[in-house]
Design a protein around this ligand. Structure first.
Ligand code: ADP
Length: 285
């Protein structure tokens, strides 16, 4: 049984008349606790880069540094600023998602174009995180590229999806960038679109991302879409994670009538998928 919180007030009206008012404030208190938690989390997330940043400013002001060292410090400072920027962007995105009605079906987004953009972003991110791969042209022999992640992006079917393109891109891009960020340099990230259904009847479409990363223990999976929930704190921070990515994915999915499916095996890798209903899809003209 969950405890229930009651607020009780006794009003006296004279002549022995009394009114006892009792209200169930459980939900109100839970919402209030969640809000307090959220503010505490955001403050902590902002304070950490801010502290590092102030430390560097002080060092630059007080110590006579060589040019090379100065440049290194400025680079580290810019990293912290970027971290705060990413956090603010994700917070704004979440607040927009929570505060606005779901998008109507007015906008049609082509799957192949969305896929090409994701692939480019993934290549850039992978090259930043695993610089070995970035120094070689795409046509370099596989042998030479050893050490860099293998990114395998399937061509998308010629279909369009009804929804808000910025939101959809943000959701898909969060799934892809997580896979790239949590998968080691010698790992593989595969992703693609798949039409669902049997016997020629299209019943929806699935966007899937599969990686050979560390995998996620079963007990964490139901909590992954909570704001600021992280399994591996240091890996998340190192690779520029805000802890809000999957919360954004969940909201976008809900607003588009899609389902988020997470499957993972510790030590082997993870598979994240978004299932969109047929009503939101049409073949490209
Ligand atoms: P973050 O910015 O920390 O990546 P997310 O909301 O995107 O925040 O993800 C929440 C947590 O889920 C991450 O901190 C990480 O521990 C875990 N996670 C997400 N995607 C993967 C993945 N592909 N492989 C392993 N762990 C993952």
């Amino acid at each position: 049984l969950n405890p229930v919180r009651l607020s009780v007030q006794l009003h006296e009206y004279g002549e022995g008349r009394r009114l006892l008012l009792s209200r169930d404030v459980t939900m109100f208190e839970q919402a209030d606790a969640m809000r307090r938690d959220f503010v505490a989390n955001v403050s902590h997330e902002i304070r950490t880069p801010l502290t590092v940043l102030s430390g560097f400013v002080e060092t630059l002001q007080t110590l006579p540094l060589q040019e090379e060292e100065r440049t290194r410090y400025l680079g580290l400072m810019s990293q912290q600023a970027e971290r705060m920027q990413a956090l603010v962007n994700d917070l704004l995105m979440l607040s927009r998602l929570e505060g606005s009605p779901p998008p109507g079906g007015g906008e049609w987004v082509a799957l192949p174009a969305m896929m090409r953009q994701l692939q480019q972003e993934a290549q850039t991110l992978s090259a930043v995180l695993h610089p070995a791969a970035s120094t070689l042209p795409p046509q370099a022999p596989l042998e030479a590229k050893r050490g860099g992640q293998t990114l395998d992006f399937e061509a998308a079917p010629a279909y369009e999806l009804a929804g808000a393109s910025t939101e959809l891109h943000s959701a898909l891009s969060n799934l892809v960038s997580n896979a790239v960020r949590y998968t080691p340099a010698d790992g593989t990230v595969r992703c693609g679109w798949r039409l669902l259904g049997q016997g020629g009847e299209m019943e929806g479409a699935e966007f899937w991302v599969q990686d050979t990363g560390p995998g996620i223990a079963a007990e964490h999976i139901p909590r992954l879409t909570e704001r600021f929930y992280r399994v591996d704190r240091s890996r998340s921070r190192e690779t520029g994670g805000t802890g809000l990515g999957l919360a954004i994915v969940k909201h976008v999915a809900q607003r588009h009538g899609a389902e988020l499916k997470i499957e993972s095996t510790l030590g082997l890798g993870s598979r994240f998928a978004l299932l969109f209903p047929a009503s939101r899809l049409r073949p490209m003209a």
